[in-house]
Design a protein around this ligand. Structure first.
Ligand code: ATP
Length: 516
């Protein structure tokens, strides 16, 4: 199965099993807007809890807030979003498709890098154990030439974006002979800027004074509350403020399902530190955030860091954590050293002092900030892509069967326990309900009595339920049930009184948090 086929399957799986629906589907949908279904919302809430607890429980010096989506319009002038929250866009005249110019160039560079990787693999095969990769990369003429080409384009792109030289960005696209993936032609418009913020009007009088924006990031709600939290929480540097909430961007190229949406959710944490210590904390949070991702167990090789070529207007260091999606390695989280840009700018625009008095040094200063900013929807997609598995099972008698399962980390699974009475009579449904009533306060359980047990297993494999229990006639006699494990499909007979303990051990958030 190609990665493209896998991605298509994943998208239809999301719909079929109540994870993600297109927004307003009965009206043919709204582009790049999605709704979460009955299982999707559970998974999403669990991811939020995993992040929230990792931030606000495991770190004594991080507290949370929940700020409004609407903010004073001056916030966005101060943050630079009114002036600089722009993407360079370019249109292909033949296909009429619009692209982000920087993304086209980055994709070109990735293609060139892939050529190098291919050469390395070929040489590895040829030379076997004696192969010295570092030496090969330095000396093979074809590889050296390709790498030089990549480096040169990389530098030209960084400089042109830095200087806002859009004509040069177009020239790079032409020099690299980049063609539109749809029309295959190189007939491009000039590169233009496009502001990504959605505008709306507040109040009944529609003039410019009432224009407000839907926030394009949750971070600014944290910055404008910095002093409130610091004072009322008597917080001492270093400390962090975390927030989960909706953000809105009028993305030019909205595609790849929930990877790039126009309405999405972010989980952001701003960590306030002493000026001069920011790069140390930047390293600290880079590593710590990577551990959070890897603890979900999809394989360490699925992640990598990517250093930003073009730093945002506020940053002095920036790395992304990328996940290996079916459409390649792409950003799920950004870790940015934002300096004192935001607080200093809000201090200037609002006229309110946003300073910290450091008792140790007896000095007043504006703190520096290290930000961790992760997309909830992209993490959701990461979990589904990492968990989606098709498996062949050889049954007794040699018959081969197939199952689709989601190996979602148990703590994040939408349903933790499925409860099945073997048959719909002989008091088994009543017994099953009784067991479920006892457990449902602690764990999300689902009762199912329709279809064969095998079919019920398959349905729950497909939504990632880690445990299914079956109540049969023996249960009535000795109070034991069969518990079946999702990944191994192993079944064991256990006493009903042990269920809570088994579940607690395997599916609680505590278990996952301990592995970070
Ligand atoms: P990209 O380069 O992919 O547009 P970005 O660098 O603009 O992303 P940030 O501004 O750093 O993204 O936002 C932080 C996180 O928010 C991203 O890592 C991503 O997970 C998430 N995010 C940003 N834009 C979107 C979007 N349109 N849809 C879904 N998630 C998004």
């Amino acid at each position: 199965m190609t990665q493209e086929e896998l991605f298509k399957k994943l998208i239809s799986h999301c719909k079929e099993y109540g994870f993600v629906f297109q927004s307003s589907e009965i009206y043919d949908g709204l582009s790049a807007v999605y709704d979460y279904g009955q299982n999707g919302v559970e998974l999403k809430n669990n991811i939020k809890q995993y992040w929230w607890d990792a931030m606000t429980r495991l770190n004594e010096n991080i507290v949370g807030i929940d700020s409004a989506i609407f903010m004073h319009p001056q916030v966005w002038s101060a943050s630079g979003h009114v002036g600089a929250f722009n993407d360079p866009l370019i249109d292909n005249k033949d296909s009429k498709k619009r692209y982000r110019a920087d993304v086209l160039i980055e994709e070109w560079m990735e293609k060139q890098s892939a050529k190098i990787t291919k050469e390395v693999t070929k040489a590895q095969k040829r030379f076997g154990d004696s192969f010295d990769e570092a030496m090969f990369l330095q000396t093979n003429p074809r590889v050296v030439k390709t790498q030089e080409k990549i480096d040169a384009i990389h530098n030209r792109m960084a400089t042109s974006l830095e200087n806002n030289d859009l004509a040069e960005v177009k020239k790079i696209i032409e020099d690299c002979e980049i063609a539109c993936p749809i029309s295959g032609t190189r007939s491009w418009t000039d590169v233009r800027h496009f502001n990504l913020m959605f505008e709306t009007k507040m109040g009944s009088v529609s003039d410019d004074a009432n224009t407000i924006y839907l926030r394009p990031e949750t971070a600014q709600g944290i910055f404008v509350n910095y002093l409130n939290v610091q004072k009322t929480g008597r917080m001492k540097l270093p400390f962090g403020i975390a927030q989960i909430g909706k953000a809105f961007r009028n993305e030019i190229v909205a595609r790849q399902f929930i990877f790039r949406m126009r309405e999405f959710e972010q989980m952001e944490m701003q960590f306030f530190v002493r000026p001069g210590e920011e790069l140390e904390w930047f390293e600290f949070w880079k590593e710590k955030r990577m551990r959070w991702h890897k603890a979900m167990g999809f394989g360490d090789d699925k992640y990598r860091f990517h250093e930003h070529i073009k730093l945002a207007h506020y940053a002095n260091a920036a790395f992304d954590i990328e996940f290996d999606f079916p459409f390649g390695f792409k950003e799920v989280e950004g870790i940015h050293s934002r300096t004192d840009f935001d607080l200093a700018s809000h201090q200037k625009h609002s006229g309110k002092k946003l300073q910290y008095f450091d008792l140790e040094t007896n000095k007043n200063y504006i703190p520096y900030v290290v930000e961790t900013s992760i997309g909830l929807d992209r993490t959701f997609l990461q979990v589904l892509a990492g968990a989606y598995t098709e498996e062949k099972i050889t049954k007794d008698g040699g018959k081969v069967d197939e199952r689709v399962l989601l190996r979602i980390p148990p703590a994040l699974a939408p349903i933790k326990l499925a409860v099945f009475p073997l048959v719909k009579k002989d008091g088994l449904p009543e017994k099953a309900r009784q067991i479920m009533d006892d457990l449902k306060i602690d764990f999300k359980c689902q009762y199912e009595e329709k279809d064969s047990i095998g079919r019920r297993y398959r349905r729950h494999d497909a939504i990632g339920t880690p445990f299914c229990i079956t109540i049969d006639h023996q249960t009535i006699e000795d109070n034991t049930v069969t518990i079946r494990h999702r990944d191994s499909m192993e079944q064991e007979r256990v006493d009903v009184s042990r269920l809570r303990e088994i579940m607690e051990e395997e599916v609680s958030m505590k278990t996952l948090l301990k592995t970070i």
